[in-house]
Design a protein around this ligand. Structure first.
Ligand code: EPZ
Length: 419
């Protein structure tokens, strides 16, 4: 079993290159299966297990993928199977994008219900509402979702909650529907915009992504294209917070600073210096000077829920009382028990966590209870006195490429141990 071992205490210095966005890539790869003729060349795909899982799923339904470093060529000219039922499909959340993509192309799909991080109830009612509005019949049985339509007709859909997954999934299907679809109260995350841009580069007609109304004029077919995935906002946020917590000076490279604003603003509030360049940010921090702050997670452009867990580690050593209100996922505080083993002072009540800053954490044996919890434990290990051993690190590899290499290059004492 692999563990991450960290000897804490090093300040971080240097530069870190941020990879392509996980949550964009895991939607763009399924979107590429909607092309019936031609090859999609997708650059800047992150080297993470969720992407590898998706590759196997696409190949299992008949798609061909060739890789050259971080560039993928996806060829789905062959007729694809509309049933996705392998173990991999059940393993990852983003397999639900196959439903929208296959429904768009074939008007039919049957997909095993997706897994992913155990961070709360993960309903699909808004996806279903959208598919039904486009004219599909949706049934859920024995752990799978089936969608079928004679044809898809554009519709006006007002989502009851702001959902990244439902916005993208319904956008995929509506791209190949007849007529106009108007999606209201949609998610505005950078990865939603990236998927819309990718679809448009393939011949779709989508306007408004990045605002709360998206208008889609259905087209008959899509063609191959060359496209580059945006940088990962959450990976970048994780390295920003790690630098703030460890102290030192790190340039976070190949990012879109605009996407980082909610995180930069909170770090500045806590006493961290954030300098903005064209496609990078320089973080300079003295952990002795960190002061408490409050966050409430919310959809973009608010503070991202996916950065809440790493942020809680920074708060654990900031002077004073910090309060986190987690408004997206009801079970995203599981890492707090692990953090407490390292000496953090945390009280969790429902969706609120109250953190009293302590002067130091101490190394312990902890678990990565989910993906971002794993990233939080890495940061905790980096700042703790002594040795930290993190188990269940497969969660971390679902979303962070080369995490130990990247931190090692910044001066951290971190390595993987097999036993
Ligand atoms: C995406 O999940 C991300 N995953 C998550 O990142 C992220 O936490 C989340 O968006 C919010 O930003 C991927 O992109 C693969 P939602 P998703 O639909 O799409 C409720 C990570 O760490 N809801 O935006 O599944 C839901 O319960 C992962 O990288 C409904 O009520 O999230 C939640 O409270 C973890 N009905 C809220 O909406 C629905 O039909 C937002 O969920 C759908 C969602």
């Amino acid at each position: 079993m692999e563990k991450l071992i960290i000897n804490g205490g090093a300040k971080l210095h240097g530069e870190v290159d941020i990879s392509g966005a996980k949550n964009a890539a895991v939607a763009i790869l399924p979107a590429a299966i909607m092309v019936g003729e031609g090859t999609s060349i997708i650059e800047n795909i992150p080297d993470i297990d969720d992407v590898h899982c998706l590759e196997r799923i696409i190949e299992a339904i008949g798609g061909k993928i060739e890789k050259n470093g971080t560039t993928y060529s996806v060829d789905c000219t062959a007729e694809l199977k509309v049933i996705a039922d392998t173990e991999d499909v059940r393993k990852m959340r983003a397999s639900y994008y196959l439903v929208g993509a296959l429904l768009g192309r074939y008007k039919s799909a049957k997909v095993e219900l997706p897994g992913g991080c155990a961070i709360g109830v993960r309903p699909m009612d808004q996806h279903i509402k959208g598919f039904e509005a486009l004219g599909a019949k949706v049934t859920m049985d024995h752990g799978s979702i089936s969608v079928n339509a004679e044809k898809l007709i554009g519709a006006n859909i007002f989502f009851d909650v702001v959902s990244v997954g439902a916005t993208i999934n319904v956008m995929l299907a509506a791209t190949l529907a007849e007529g106009q679809t108007v999606l209201e109260n949609v998610a505005r995350e950078p990865h939603v915009v990236d998927v819309a841009n990718f679809l448009n580069t393939m011949g779709a007609d989508i306007k408004g992504a990045g605002t709360d109304v998206i208008r889609i004029n259905g087209v008959e077919k899509l063609h191959g294209c060359t496209y580059s995935v945006i940088p990962d906002q959450i990976e970048a946020g994780t390295y920003m917070i790690a630098t703030a917590a460890c102290g030192g000076r790190v340039t976070i490279k190949n990012i879109i600073p605009k996407h980082m604003e909610s995180i930069s603003a909170k770090l500045e509030e806590m006493g961290v210096l954030v300098e903005e360049l064209d496609d990078s940010l320089i973080i300079t921090s003295d952990p002795e000077k960190l002061i408490a702050c409050n966050i409430k997670t919310s959809p973009y452009p608010g503070f991202p829920t996916d950065v809440q867990q790493p942020m809680s580690v920074l708060m654990s050593i900031a002077k004073g009382r910090s309060i986190i209100n987690e408004s997206i996922w009801e079970s995203r505080f599981k890492h707090m028990d692990e953090l407490k083993k390292m000496g953090a002072s945390v009280l969790v009540e429902g969706r609120t966590a109250i953190i009293e800053g302590v002067s130091k954490l101490s190394g312990a044996n902890v678990r990565a209870t989910d993906l971002r919890a794993g990233a939080a434990m890495v940061i905790a290990g980096l700042i703790a006195d002594g040795k930290t051993e993190i188990s269940d690190i497969e969660h971390i590899y679902r979303g962070y490429p080369d995490i130990e290499k990247k931190f090692k290059a910044l001066g951290a004492d971190i390595y993987v141990e097999n036993n």
